[in-house]
Design a protein around this ligand. Structure first.
Ligand code: MD6
Ligand code: FE
Length: 222
């Protein structure tokens, strides 16, 4: 397994980046975990609220809740929008990532509740957005990347704030926490043929989130 978490690069205040958090063997194991998740919870094509325009990215989820988007809006729900089945459980490595990165570096004591799985075929992109459909912004959002390299852009809490771009490589982890929790971010493009990890060209991004507020008795973030 990869060594325990080394010091991250602070891309912006609270935006922490661990290049190569997962080594090759760890990436292969996680890719296999995700194949198994997708066999139970197939990728679906999300659509924009109101217009119904399809996203270029396809999606699925694991964990107790999953993020979905259709003509009626964005929301978290406990079941797959097409199969009606509960989302598969988190693979263990995602729980470990949350403990070692989100808990350790963002101080959250809350458990994650959803992991959004994004599939980027070559040519897919993700417009600048904030992750704000959660009810608990004290917890961070943690991302892991597999497959082809992506140009990731991150700015501030206002859409017009200046942005920085980094290349997210297979195995990288990135945390949006504290002052960056509501930062605008997106994927400008995927670099073709930049990884040999997956069986087809493209990229998987996993984002782990806390959705609901802390329950009575649940430890609060420090
Ligand atoms: C992506 N990432 O890397 C898109 N969201 O494909 C995200 O939208 C994201 O990287 C919240 C926190 C970290 C992220
Ligand atoms: Fe996001």
């Amino acid at each position: 397994m990869a060594p325990a978490s080394t010091a991250p690069i602070e891309v912006a205040p609270g935006c922490l980046w661990w290049p190569g958090w997962l080594d090759r063997a760890g990436q292969e194991a996680l890719a296999e975990d995700i194949r198994q998740v997708l066999a139970q919870a197939p990728l679906f094509t999300p659509r924009m609220p109101r217009t119904g325009k399809p996203f270029s990215v396809r999606m699925s989820n694991c964990g107790p809740l999953g993020w979905v988007s259709d003509q009626t809006g964005y929301r978290y729900q406990p079941t797959h929008p097409e199969t009606g089945q509960p989302w598969p459980p988190f693979p263990d490595v995602l729980k470990r990532a949350w403990r070692e990165l989100a808990r350790e570096f963002a101080g959250t004591a809350l458990a994650p509740e959803a992991c959004l799985i994004n599939w980027y075929a070559p040519g897919a992109r993700m417009g600048l957005h904030q992750d704000r459909d959660e009810q608990e912004f004290r917890a961070p959002v943690l991302s892991l990347s597999l497959g082809d390299t992506a140009l990731f852009r991150v700015g501030g809490a206002a859409r017009s704030d200046p942005t920085r771009s980094i290349r997210l490589v297979s195995g990288d982890a990135l945390l949006l926490s504290g002052p960056s929790r509501l930062a605008f971010h997106g994927i400008d493009r995927i670099l073709p043929d930049s990884s040999t990890l997956l069986r087809q060209p493209g990229r998987i991004n996993l984002t782990l989130r806390r959705v609901r507020p802390a329950e009575d008795g649940e430890i609060l973030p420090i």
